[in-house]
Design a protein around this ligand. Structure first.
Ligand code: NAD
Length: 483
């Protein structure tokens, strides 16, 4: 099957006719081709977006909102079809794609369909100066959205929905590793009546297609989610052109467990926060820190629970852990298990590839638990982004806080305790953009989402996203008194 670019409402081949192979991670086999778009394709997408902008930015909020809602409805209508496509393209269990990825993609559109009707700006009366100031929030123009492979349609739409709700036109690129649901979204947008050119989707490698979007002089804002190294590179390319940038990057998130927590809830959630989506979620709690007095008990119970997880073909309803996204990624994740051995880490469970009957070439790996003693080890400092977690103990609050913050990343953290004073102290002092207390990945789309330190710049979600995708202009009017 050949995936095509979606430009000006039409599906087209890449101008230079360059293609990349698309793999099914569950089987290791090629099952399609996608364009490796070049600068010419991105220019064409930009031109379509620029032509659509005057009309779209003047389309009433009511009309924009209706179209976004319609896209959400169509995503739900095609839920099973889209979930199957996502699972095949990414290797994630079908249950996860059906329950999380695709419903969330619909929610992204529905949320911003509503949010845009409630978005407002400030007015300031300059008392004593006979002046009034108000803020106009105008769409930027043509914006670029670039997304990663781990939550393909979920994160792609998380950017596109607020961008178009705010009146922008978009040139978007999904990951070349998981292009399928982005391709299917094009058809849905046409069916929902989104005018041609408002959303243009170009497929291809980061170094060619992605680079062309970031370097385009008239694409004035880039919303990017992906690795920290890529984010730093994009920032360097974009900075001389003074582009607006939103960077959602990697994480190495602590999961801090105190003895006074609700133990059973913590244990079940920790299994999920460690291994959901094969551990390939930027928010996974990959560093588990446990209070010394429950360390041995936790170790035993956690190993038992993890050993019950079923690694299997993503399309099977009983599969808990599917395939990793690519051969390269599997090798990268596996290399950390070797690094652990060199660093003195002890594999408590897993560490080996899994052979799934009839799918021997799929990219399967056991959920892996590694015990470490030094937070400075590479396993605790570098993002692995796979089904590998480390566990280590701490003695007291001070040590726990130090260990939690002692990394370059600062995306999210999870705290398990029933002590209110501790909750408040940690919430204030954890250097992460999100702190979950006694829960994990509970999302309310109105909240600011993003990371501190090397985990990114800017916040997505709610009005933060609408602020990012608009330019604030101050209008100051002075008046004379007629009497
Ligand atoms: P990646 O950085 O390799 O790629 C992300 C996207 O950027 C892809 O579409 C890719 O083609 C594109 N890209 C690559 N090089 C580019 C360049 N030079 N110019 C423009 N675009 C370029 O990341 P990935 O491997 O796809 O995703 C995994 C990473 O994403 C992990 O680090 C993970 O933590 C992070 N992530 C972060 C969040 C968050 O919200 N903070 C969410 C999900 C994933």
């Amino acid at each position: 099957m050949k995936i095509q670019n979606y430009i000006n409402g039409e599906f087209v081949n890449p101008i230079q006719n360059h293609w990349i192979e698309n793999y099914n991670p569950a089987t290791g086999a090629v099952y399609g081709q996608i364009p490796n778009s070049t600068k010419e394709d991105v220019d064409k997408a930009y031109e379509a977006a620029a032509r659509a902008f005057p009309k779209w930015s003047n389309t009433s909020l009511d009309e924009r909102s209706k179209i976004l809602s319609k896209i959400a409805d169509l995503i739900i209508e095609k839920l099973n079809f889209l979930a199957a496509a996502e699972s095949k393209d990414n290797g994630k269990p079908i249950s996860l794609a059906t329950q999380i990825d695709i419903p969330r993609a619909a929610s992204n559109f529905q949320f911003f369909a509503n949010a845009i009707t409630q978005f407002s700006s400030e007015a300031h009366e300059s008392v004593g100066l006979n002046a009034v100031n108000f803020t106009l929030r105008q769409p930027i123009g043509v914006v670029g959205c670039i997304s990663p492979w781990n939550l393909p349609l979920y994160l792609f739409t998380w950017k596109i929905a607020p961008a178009i709700a705010a009146g922008n036109c978009v040139v978007a690129k999904p990951s070349e590793i998981t292009p399928m649901t982005a391709f299917l979204l094009g058809e849905i947008c046409t069916e929902a009546g989104l005018p041609n050119g408002v959303l243009n989707i170009v497929h291809g490698l980061g170094a060619s297609t992605g680079q062309a979007i970031v370097a385009h002089p008239n694409i004035k804002a880039i919303s990017f989610t992906g690795g920290t190294t890529t984010g730093a590179y994009i920032a360097r390319v974009a900075a001389p052109m003074f582009k607006k940038l939103s960077l959602e990057l990697g994480g190495k998130n602590p999961n801090i467990i105190f003895a006074d927590c609700d133990y059973e809830k913590m244990l079940a959630t920790t299994v999920r926060s460690s291994f959901a989506n094969q551990g390939q979620i930027c928010l996974c709690g990959s560093r588990i820190l446990i209070e010394e007095k429950i360390y041995e008990k936790f170790k035993k119970d956690f190993i038992k629970k993890v050993s019950e997880l079923k690694v299997g073909h993503p399309s099977e309803a009983t599969t808990n852990i599917g395939a990793l996204v690519s051969k390269e990624h599997l090798e990268k994740v596996k290399s950390y298990i070797d690094i652990a051995a060199q660093e003195g880490g002890k594999v408590l469970f897993g560490g080996e590839r899994v052979t799934v009957k009839n799918f021997e070439n799929g990219y399967y790996l056991q959920p892996t638990i590694i015990e470490v003693s030094d937070n400075k080890c590479r396993l605790n400092q570098e993002e692995i982004f796979g089904p590998v977690v480390t566990i280590m103990s701490f003695k007291n609050d001070k040590e726990a806080l130090h260990l939690a913050n002692d990394v370059q990343y600062g995306l999210s953290s999870t705290l398990w305790t029933n002590n209110l004073n501790r909750t408040m102290q940690f919430s204030k002092q954890l250097q992460t953009g999100i702190v979950w207390v006694n829960t994990w990945m509970l999302r309310d789309l109105r909240t600011p989402f993003g990371g501190q330190k090397d985990s990114g710049v800017g916040r997505e979600g709610g009005f933060e996203a609408l602020r990012f995708f608009t330019e604030a202009k101050n209008i100051c009017i002075q008046y004379e008194s007629p009497f």
